[in-house]
Write a protein that binds this ligand. Structure first.
Ligand SMILES: Cc1cc2nc3c(=O)[nH]c(=O)nc-3n(C[C@H](O)[C@H](O)[C@H](O)COP(=O)(O)O)c2cc1C
Length: 210
């Protein structure tokens, strides 16, 4: 698949089939992740690939316990179930579905890393500089293979539990938590504003968003 087609159809997937993902595909996605740029090419990333059912269930239970009430609260913030904008409603319905069925998503991927750059004064800021490009490569590579993912910050819901279940040391930061599997919903096209709303030619031209 052309990389532009992969990017423009790389919708956040929150509905998954239970079917396993072949190891060769996981390997290919990890290869893509490790081709990302990083500060000083330090490659300060580690990827935790969770396929073990017992661990996925433990993680999913902890995450769902926080996500279920969080999605309900978000629905209220957007005006309640009857008043909510359809796009927001679709996203929240998806978020709730993902939280409820997370244990069944065949692969849980955590993008992690230690502060290692700059070498003389490692800074947390540069951890995210390395990990987010790697995560984006994962999203696009998965899409190109017909697999779905959703960027999430689920690590923030129950970080101590996640660290305990996966034995993640304290000095390893977790950037994002990516459920990965076969989509049970269509890919893209993405809902994005026109490119003209964002691109300033030859200098800042004021707010372009009309
Ligand atoms: C840093 C980051 C954190 C996100 N966290 C979550 C999350 O915790 N749960 C979730 O369902 N989606 C999460 N998303 C996905 C966004 O909601 C999604 O990309 C956005 O709504 C656009 O949807 P689309 O990519 O399908 O067009 C996150 C995205 C980013 C970039």
């Amino acid at each position: 698949m052309d990389v532009f087609e992969a990017m423009e159809t790389c919708r956040a997937i929150r509905f998954f089939k239970k079917d396993p993902v072949p190891q060769e595909m996981i390997d290919k996605i990890m290869y893509a992740a490790t081709r990302a740029p990083s500060p000083g090419n330090t490659q300060g990333w580690d990827f935790i690939v969770v396929t073990d059912q017992e661990k996925r269930t433990q993680l999913a239970d902890g995450i769902a316990a926080v996500m279920r009430p969080a999605v309900a609260a978000a629905t209220e913030q957007f005006g309640g179930a009857d008043a909510i904008d359809p796009v927001q409603k679709r996203m929240l319905d998806g978020a709730l579905n993902l939280a409820i069925h997370l244990a069944d998503v065949p692969v849980h991927l955590l993008v992690c890393g230690k502060a290692i750059y700059p070498p003389n004064a490692p800074s947390e800021t540069f951890v995210w500089s390395a990990l987010y490009p790697a995560a984006q490569n994962i999203l696009v590579a998965a899409r190109a293979l017909g697999l779905g993912t959703c960027m999430t910050t689920y690590q923030q819901t129950c970080e101590p539990l996640i660290r305990e279940v996966l034995n993640i040391p304290e000095d390893v930061h977790i950037a994002c938590y990516l459920p990965l599997g076969w989509p049970d919903i269509n890919f893209g096209p993405l809902a994005r504003q026109p490119v003209e709303n964002f691109v300033h030619n030859d200098g800042w031209q004021g707010d372009l968003r009309g």
